[in-house]
Design a protein around this ligand. Structure first.
Ligand SMILES: [Zn+2]
Length: 144
């Protein structure tokens, strides 16, 4: 993790961490590996998916204003390698997938895979249980 941030208060509730001044808490865990998280400190208007995960191989679903914004995937070194983006259209595709933090708007929009849709649907179901908005915008090839 180097100087990018440190995890704090790991035993509090589910967990709670700080990354580069950005503070997140998790609301729920699905299948032992998917965490639904919200940002609670730092600039809460700008809510990126964390660059690093607390645990290797983790998946984070980042929620902003009660809605799903990103689902991000982390490798064995805790580094984000893939993100499903729900927040905007990319080449008409909503949601779409970004790899290795490359959000180049000139690249074609990549729709989620069927495995990705499995994760998305689990997250949306859990969000409804938490009383959050469990619906997302879907357009073009982002369809299920
Ligand atoms: Zn995008």
């Amino acid at each position: 993790m180097g100087g990018r941030g440190s995890f704090v208060n790991v035993s509090a509730g589910d967990f709670h961490f700080l990354l580069g001044g950005q503070e997140y808490i998790s609301l729920a865990t699905i299948d032992n590996n998917i965490k639904i998280i919200v940002k609670v400190g730092g600039n809460t208007k700008s809510v990126p998916a964390p660059l690093y995960s607390h645990t290797a191989g983790r998946i984070y679903a980042t929620v902003k204003d009660g809605k799903l914004k990103y689902i991000s995937f982390y490798d064995e070194n805790h580094v984000q390698y893939k993100t499903i983006d729900f927040s905007h259209s990319h080449g008409g595709v909503v949601p779409h997938v970004h790899f290795d933090l490359n959000h180049d708007p000139k690249l074609p929009g990549v729709p989620p895979s069927s495995d990705d849709w499995g994760v998305i649907n689990s997250v949306l179901k859990e969000m409804k249980k938490l009383g959050l908005n469990g619906s997302i915008e879907i357009s073009n090839n982002g369809k299920r």
